[in-house]
Structure formats: structure tokens, C-alpha cells
Design a protein around this ligand. Structure first.
Ligand SMILES: Cc1cc2nc3c(=O)[nH]c(=O)nc-3n(C[C@H](O)[C@H](O)[C@H](O)COP(=O)(O)OP(=O)(O)OC[C@H]3O[C@@H](n4cnc5c(N)ncnc54)[C@H](O)[C@@H]3O)c2cc1C
Length: 403
């Protein structure tokens, strides 16, 4: 504990108990349950640790000079330090019919729960967007027996995966999932309710459409407090997560950060970054000077459709967008049914990696993460060779060449 005297209040518009948002697709199956809560961080457990929770309470505005927040019940709350973690707002395309009933996004557990309650009336569903959350949603819907169409603007996880890695992932998706790549929705079908999509003007009929097309920073409260907003639309913060105004911090999907490699502003709306940044803001707000390393590195690991998908640091797409030239090496691990892409700068420093594997994604991921965090050169610290090659080398060095 960094400060044993501070009074801590968490204010959230949500009414659900503390939960893991990346697991939100679970609520399609369990729309009424509280089983998805994190026991250690339940409201009751938090209150035992002197953390008061005001759930179901929206903050409608604030004043940074008087250090007050205005709550939706017209109450005013004073603060010494404030941490904003207001998250993101679904970024949906502005196309005709986007506000029709039957068009959904999943940003909160309540969104998923609402879809879950209506699921018995939906047989065919379109999921637009093939990031982690789009794939998780598609997987869950298929396991619930639905006909699912996945719509992908270019290729699977274009910003996170190299092209051959996208192709590898695509080859592992089940035949039951109807994947439409290289197409964009141009309009919703239906007059009173969504009845599908026009995909580059070709109709695709469905009972519901779920847009999993990412988020943009939610800066409504930040703007009312007069905080600086950056060129990418997120709250500007420093390495301690302090905003442009002293004693106000911001973390998670609502901020823009500085890329560790180039110092350019980036948006990185992912859970691991939000969680680590939250710890940094909490420690600083509690009066400590500690600054954690590697806060802003992408680290995503999921097991979807029986496939480990691991993404670490930069891909060539994200690095090139910041002006960093890259080389890519691919390694196959047949015994682990794995394909790996290693992303290096032109002089050979490892800045990212991607793994598509049936198993062992975590083992390979750890090797890559460790090197990326150390800024290691691949030639000095190559990854462990595939097991069959290591065995072959051992046998040959002991008994002579194998024919
Ligand atoms: C379905 C889904 C799947 C995902 N899967 C992955 C994944 O596999 N891997 C990964 O890394 N990331 C994933 N993410 C992203 C990850 O969940 C987010 O990056 C993370 O939750 C961001 O945390 P946050 O605290 O910034 O915002 P959030 O978790 O969005 O929390 C923001 C909170 O602020 C509250 N709020 C906002 N404004 C106000 C206000 N004015 N008053 C009161 N309360 C307010 C909201 O109600 C909400 O509770 C997924 C996201 C979704 C939606």
C-alpha cells in the first residue's frame, strides 16, 4: 500500500460488478449473471480496502480550479487528485441506417447482456471488424449455434499482423465462420430494423449486425475540465499519466501516449496498457515518484478458435506509420504448430513479434517480449530454435550426421 490514509472513491456509470472487459463476449451466453465478476475486486472486496464505489453514477462535468466534479444527481464532489479512466466510444462508420434497431456495438457488459437477451430471436448475425474483440464475439456466437458472417475491411488484424500471419490465422478459422475480407459496409439493409448490410453494394442478409470496429477516446469529461487534447483526439499525458493540469491524471482508452520508439503520439486502446497505466497513475497520485518501465508496449494474448494469437510491440504496419523502416523474419515451429513473425528495425533491433500457434504461444511470446523490452538485437540473442532442430543438432554433435 502506497498511501494508508488516502480516501479513495471510484465513480462509474456502470452498474455491473468489476469485470474483465476483454471477456465481455461471455455475457452473450450468460446475460443475467454476476458470475463474470472478479471476486478479488468485487465492490464488497474493494470497500473492505477503504475504496468507496459510486456505481451507476455518471459524472456530468467538472471544474479543475475548484477541484470539483458534478455528479448526475446534482451532487458535487471535491477531490485532491483525480484519475480519469473514461475509456472509449465505439467508432462506427457513419453509413445510412447505422442507428436502426438491430445494430449493436459492444463497449460495456450491458451492451453484451442486451444482445444476449435478444439472441434467441437472432439466427444469422454479422460481426463487422476482426480485431481480438470481433473474433472473440464471432467465436462465442458460433459456439451458441448462430450463423455468423465476419466482415473485414482489408485482412484479419491488419494493423497488428503481417500479411502472411493474417493468412495463417485465416486458414485456421473454422469453415462454419463465413469470412468476407476486403469489403466495407456501405449501408444497413432494412427500414424499421437492421436486416443485414450492403457490402460494397452487395446485400448480405442477417437478423442483427454487431460493429466491433474499435474505439475513439472518450474525452467528454476531460474537455469539461479543460484538459489538453492531442492531435489523435486523446487526452495528453506525461510519463506519470499526469494531464496538462496538475493533480489530474488520465489512463486507458481515453488517452494518447508517446510511442516508446519514436516519441510520436499513438493510441493504444488495449487492456494490458490500460491496467499498467492505471497502476502508474495510482502510485503517482499517492505521492510516490516511481516510474514503471515498458508501460506503453502492446502485449496481447488470446486463445480464439483453438488458436493462440500473440501480438507484442510493433508490427511493420504500426512502425512504418510512424516512419520506422522494418525487416520481417518468419520462423515456423512445426512441432508446436506455430508460425512466428519477428519485426526488427533496419539495424536488427527486435521491436515486435507475432505468433499464431495451436499451443505454446505463451512460451514463444515470453521469449519475444523479453527481447523487445530489453531492446535486444536478434543476432545477439536469437530465439530458441524449434525443438526438432535442437534435437537434430544435439544428436549430430553427439553421434555424427543424420542422413
Ligand atoms: C468486447 C471487448 C473485448 C476486448 N478484448 C480485448 C482483448 O482481448 N485484449 C485487449 O488488450 N483489450 C481488449 N479490449 C479492450 C480493453 O477492454 C480496453 O482497452 C480497456 O477496457 C480499457 O480500459 P479503460 O479503463 O480505459 O476503459 P473502460 O474499461 O472502457 O472503462 C471506462 C469506464 O468509464 C466509465 N465512464 C465513462 N465516462 C464516465 C462518466 N462521465 N461518469 C462515470 N463513468 C464514466 C464507463 O462507464 C466505464 O465503466 C476489449 C474491449 C471490448 C469492449
Amino acid at each position: 500500500m502506497f498511501n494508508s490514509k488516502a480516501e479513495i472513491i471510484i465513480i462509474t456509470a456502470e452498474t455491473y460488478e468489476s469485470h474483465r472487459k476483454p471477456g465481455a463476449a461471455m455475457a452473450l451466453e450468460f446475460p443475467d449473471t454476476g458470475d463474470l465478476k472478479i471476486e478479488d475486486w468485487s465492490f464488497e472486496a474493494l470497500s473492505k480496502n477503504r475504496i468507496e464505489i459510486l456505481s451507476g453514477t455518471a459524472v456530468t462535468g467538472g471544474d479543475s480550479k475548484s477541484k470539483t466534479l458534478k455528479l448526475e444527481d446534482s451532487k458535487t464532489l471535491e477531490f485532491d487528485k483525480l484519475i480519469l479512466a473514461t475509456g472509449g466510444i465505439p467508432a462506427v462508420p457513419e453509413i445510412p441506417g447505422i442507428t436502426l434497431p438491430g445494430v449493436h456495438t459492444i463497449q460495456t457488459m450491458a451492451d453484451t447482456s442486451e444482445i444476449g437477451k435478444q439472441l434467441s430471436k437472432m439466427n444469422s448475425i454479422v460481426v463487422v471488424g476482426a480485431g481480438f474483440s470481433g473474433l472473440e464475439t464471432a467465436e462465442r456466437l458460433i459456439s451458441l449455434g448462430k450463423e455468423v458472417h465476419l466482415v473485414v475491411r482489408s485482412r484479419l488484424m491488419r494493423k497488428q499482423l503481417e500479411e502472411p500471419m493474417s493468412a495463417e490465422l485465416l486458414s485456421r478459422l473454422p469453415d462454419k465462420l463465413n469470412v468476407n475480407t476486403g469489403v466495407s459496409p456501405t449501408a444497413l439493409l432494412g427500414e424499421k430494423k437492421a436486416e443485414g448490410l450492403l457490402l460494397d453494394n452487395e446485400p448480405l442478409a442477417a437478423d442483427a449486425v454487431i460493429f466491433m470496429t474499435g474505439v475513439r477516446p472518450n474525452t467528454v469529461l476531460a474537455e469539461s475540465l479543460g484538459l489538453q487534447i492531442g492531435s489523435l483526439g486523446g487526452i495528453v499525458i506525461d510519463e506519470t499519466m499526469m494531464t496538462s493540469i496538475n493533480d489530474i491524471f488520465a489512463v486507458g482508452d481515453c488517452v494518447e501516449m508517446k510511442d516508446p520508439l519514436t516519441n510520436e503520439p499513438i493510441l493504444l486502446p488495449i487492456a494490458s496498457v490500460a491496467a499498467r497505466a492505471g497502476r502508474q497513475a495510482g502510485v503517482t497520485a499517492a505521492g510516490r515518484s516511481k516510474i514503471y518501465d515498458n508501460l506503453l508496449r502492446r502485449l496481447q494474448y488470446d486463445h480464439i478458435f483453438n488458436t493462440d494469437i500473440v501480438v507484442i510491440g510493433h508490427s511493420s504496419v504500426s512502425a512504418n506509420a510512424l516512419g520506422v523502416k522494418t525487416n520481417i523474419q518468419y520462423v515456423e515451429y512445426p512441432t508446436e504448430f506455430a508460425k512466428v513473425a519477428l519485426v526488427t528495425t533496419e539495424d536488427g533491433r527486435l521491436i515486435g513479434g507475432q505468433i499464431i500457434a495451436s499451443r505454446m504461444g505463451a512460451r514463444l511470446g515470453y521469449e519475444i517480449l523479453d527481447r523487445v523490452e530489453r531492446g535486444a538485437f536478434l543476432k545477439d540473442t536469437p530465439l530458441l530454435k524449434p525443438r526438432h532442430e535442437r534435437l537434430r543438432e544435439y544428436i549430430e554433435s553427439t553421434f555424427g550426421p543424420i542422413r
